[in-house]
Design a protein around this ligand. Structure first.
Ligand code: ADP
Ligand code: MG
Length: 289
């Protein structure tokens, strides 16, 4: 496309809250035939809330410790946990670490604490306590995200968290499908939650339990099958997949890193802008032929 046509397209995008940083991506977007979507914060609001919790140890100190740990995380799940717990007392968390795709850890009063999914428990050789199994089974059937709180030797609590699908997500998926574009959902979350969200939005394919590096590998796999791939994500953990995609789209309410990496940013985080960008691209490219 001519620079002038592209400038018009970029301007039209900006008018609709679509920031096109890389003008070349606007030309390319017309050729997209696969769209990969991150779940949390992209398809869902990313504002999850705790719906149930089960504490194997009743000591309220431990609730404060979990709050202190989650206070260091910027993950949407951390905000849900914090809203549910009594405010953290002034515990100092040392050596706080994010374990990508699994959760967080830190030392409080010289003791290691972890909060995250079942994979994180396994990484610490911790098994799911017998007393929790039935409860967790029920939560997973309700498509809850289940996270655990533990120290180095013992599981202390399990929490069930629910996140709602964004208004317009199903409409966006339908519009993409009408454009002949295949849709994929990728998430670090469990298979039941992924299946539930896929069904609710009409997304054709999903993969659960996916680590950030695997998100990028999945995009590459699609490209090796000859597909032109757009990736939409919101988080730090999506940046590798965004970088791998032919066209990368960041949700404006996500992390700054995702927006730095992405070709296109959707300021409102409304997924309906994704099929619109593709239409805009087609219109822009058409102008010059
Ligand atoms: P996604 O954005 O696809 O849900 P993430 O990599 O952000 O994937 O998260 C994967 C999983 O890691 C979450 O579903 C959750 O189980 C766990 N996790 C991440 N951060 C936290 C946190 N601060 N507290 C508890 N669990 C967490
Ligand atoms: Mg995310």
């Amino acid at each position: 496309a001519t620079p002038a046509a592209i400038m018009v397209g970029v301007g039209k995008g900006a008018g609709n809250g679509i920031l096109i940083k890389n003008a070349r991506s606007l030309e390319l977007a017309k050729r997209i035939n696969a769209v990969v979507l991150d779940k949390t914060g992209t398809i869902t609001e990313g504002k999850p809330a705790v719906t149930d919790s089960f504490w194997l140890q009743g000591d309220e100190t431990l609730q404060h410790i979990l709050a202190a740990l989650e206070q260091h995380s910027e993950h949407p799940l951390a905000a849900a946990v914090l809203a549910h717990l009594p405010g953290p007392l002034d515990y100092t968390v040392k050596d706080f670490k994010r374990i990508t795709g699994q959760g967080v850890q830190g030392f409080i009063n010289g003791r290691l604490y972890i909060a995250g999914n079942e994979a994180l428990l396994h990484a610490h050789q911790l098994a799911l306590p017998e007393t929790l199994q039935a409860k967790i089974h029920t939560w997973l059937q309700q498509a809850r995200t289940v996270i655990f709180f533990a120290d180095a030797t013992t599981v202390i609590a399990a929490l069930a968290i629910a996140d709602t699908v964004k208004a317009g997500a199903a409409a966006a998926v339908q519009a993409l499908q009408q454009q002949g574009i295949a849709t994929y959902l990728l998430t670090g979350d469990n298979a039941a939650a992924a299946a539930f969200i896929a069904a609710e939005t009409g997304i054709e394919h999903y993969r659960a339990g996916v680590l950030p590096a695997e998100k990028a590998a999945f995009v590459k796999e699609l490209q090796q099958q000859g597909r032109v791939v757009a990736m939409a994500g919101d988080g730090i953990n999506d940046s590798a997949a965004l970088a791998q995609a032919n066209v990368s789209i960041a949700m404006g309410k996500g992390s700054d890193i995702a927006m730095d990496v992405a070709d296109i940013t959707i300021l409102s985080s409304d997924l309906r802008r994704v099929p619109e960008v593709i239409c805009l691209s087609a219109a822009t490219v058409r102008t010059i032929h």
